[in-house]
Ligand binder design. Structure first.
Ligand SMILES: [Zn+2]
Length: 106
């Protein structure tokens, strides 16, 4: 008898986009906790890793600057949020309202 091992890796969906921005971490309405940083070759800008602070949410975000053009920020999301963005302060609410008017593309 042959045992069939099914090793199907479930790949999390990824979204990646570039933004012309002075700040590294764009306000996307979600809360993130930095858990890692990596030195990137040919640039003085390190790559940062963030994780959603929401319990039971495993979405990750990677933020780095484009080596050829450090004005550009590359944000990569891995996974999908199973909850809505957090709006616990009036301040963050105002920030996310402003976000709606900017061209935030996926
Ligand atoms: Zn989340």
């Amino acid at each position: 008898m042959k045992k069939i091992k099914s090793r199907r890796k479930v790949r999390e969906p990824r979204f990646c986009f570039k933004t012309l921005s002075e700040v590294d971490v764009l306000d996307d309405g979600y809360k993130w906790r930095k858990y890692g940083q990596k030195v990137v070759k040919n640039t003085q800008h390190p790559r940062s890793y963030y994780r959603c602070t929401q319990d039971n949410c495993r979405v990750k975000k990677r933020v780095e600057r484009l080596a050829e053009d450090p004005r550009m920020v590359i944000t990569t999301y891995e996974g999908r949020h199973a909850h809505s963005p957090s709006h616990d302060t009036e301040e963050s609410q105002a920030a996310s309202n402003a976000q709606l008017n900017s061209d935030f593309f996926w």
